[in-house]
Every structure is written in C-alpha cells, then in structure tokens.
Design a protein around this ligand. Structure first.
Ligand code: SF4
Length: 227
C-alpha cells in the first residue's frame, strides 16, 4: 500500500536545483541510506506530512509560473507510487528532474522506459571500499547497475559526489573518476562541497582535512560546486 503522506515538504521555487527551469522541489520523506554527512536527517527519519493530492494541487496552482519539478528527499524512488505521481506531474506539463542515490535501479528503469523523467542527478556516494561506511547501505552493485543503465540508455544525467574531506580523500575521488572514465561517462563529474554549520546524521564536525584539487585525475572534466 502507498504511503498516504509521502512528502515531507515542498520548496515552492528554486532556480538552482534544475538549471534552466524554474522549479519546485518535492522532498520525499524516508531514505534507504543513512549517509554520515546527510544534512536532511529530519527528512530521512520522517514519515512525511503532505499527501500526493495536496502536492499535485500545489503544482496545479503553479502552472505557467514554474517549468520543472525536482523529486528529491530523502529518496524519492522509495515511494511506491512514484510512477503514477510522475504521470500526473507530466500531465500538468512540467519537466521532471530526479535526484537519486541509484539503489532502486528497477524504479529508475521503469521511469525512463515510460519517458517520465527528463534529467537525473545520480549520487556516486563513495568508492566500493567506503560505500557502506558512508551510506550504511551495502548495495553498491545496485548503484553500479543504475549507473550502467543511465550510460546505455541515452538519458540526460549527471554524476556527483558530496565531499566531506574527512570521509573521502583525493585517492577516493580519483577511484570514482577513473571508474566513470572506464565506463565511458562523458559528462561533467561534479564534486559538491560539504555544507558546514548544519546538523548531519552523524553530527559531523567541520572537515579538518584539506583537498588537493591539483592531484585530481584528469580523466574527466571535473567541476567543484557548493551545495
Ligand atoms: S544524503 Fe544519503 S541519507 Fe541523506 S537523503 Fe541523500 S541518500 Fe538519503
């Protein structure tokens, strides 16, 4: 049965999350990870407050004012009614961007096959050796399957990593870059700097370690951005 109130909250307007499209962000409650650096613990551990109906009513009111909807969280693909929800959003004329950790490959595959997502931001959380420590999820292979799915399906997507330098060092990031290059990822790889001064799941302090960007692998185009 579907969660009756799967949405934690709605950000009514953002110009940053879905480049080129003024968007609303739908924050789905709950997640299949518990990343040490996650700065949305209240969303991850929440059961949600808003129904799909309320959320769609909001989107109906914004038709003509917004162009995109970002499905974020938490992990949106954990919501069992996501495909139906995306159909309803599409019927309102919006573009859809999905932010995902890539564990639910089948959900993403079904969305792509039904042409229900226009852009995917895929988190590459960590190389295999640190994946469980950082995310508390053992399904690194599922993430890899999603990455391969996106690489072979002509999808519009980006790969990104949140960097807390006490958790990941330049060698870890280079493992990620080299893996992506080997799989022939041709896009930009984004490193998102950890946001300091916010509450995180593991209550992480400000990173102490520096990060030598000059030691990054040149195998891909890399861009560092703030979250
Ligand atoms: S950072 Fe990790 S725990 Fe937090 S919402 Fe994203 S995937 Fe879930």
């Amino acid at each position: 049965m579907h969660n009756l109130s799967p949405v934690y909250d709605i950000t009514p307007f953002s110009l940053l999350d879905y480049p080129r499209y003024p968007s609303a962000i739908i924050w789905f409650a709950g997640c299949n990870m518990q990343c040490q650096y996650c700065y949305n613990p209240e969303i991850v551990f929440s059961k949600g407050k808003k129904s799909i109906e309320e959320t769609l009513n909001f989107l109906k009111c914004r038709q003509g004012l917004l162009e995109g909807v970002v499905l974020s969280g938490g992990e949106a693909t954990e919501y069992h009614g996501l495909q139906e929800f995306c159909k309803s959003i599409k019927a309102l004329g919006y573009k859809i961007k999905l932010d995902t950790n890539g564990i639910n490959t089948k959900v993403i595959k079904d969305l792509l096959e039904a042409n229900l997502v226009d852009f995917i931001a895929l988190d590459y959380k960590a190389p295999r050796s640190k994946f469980y420590t950082i995310t508390k999820n053992r399904k690194f292979e599922h993430f890899q399957n999603t990455l391969d799915l996106l690489l072979t399906s002509n999808s519009d997507f980006e790969v990104r990593t949140t960097l807390h330098t006490d958790l990941l060092d330049v060698d870890d990031i280079n493992l990620i870059i080299d893996d992506l290059a080997q799989r022939e990822y041709a896009g930009t790889y984004y490193i998102q700097e950890f946001k300091t001064g916010v509450k995180t799941i593991d209550d992480l302090p400000k990173p102490l370690m520096g990060f030598a960007t000059d030691k990054l692998s040149k195998a891909l185009h890399v861009s560092v951005r703030q979250t």
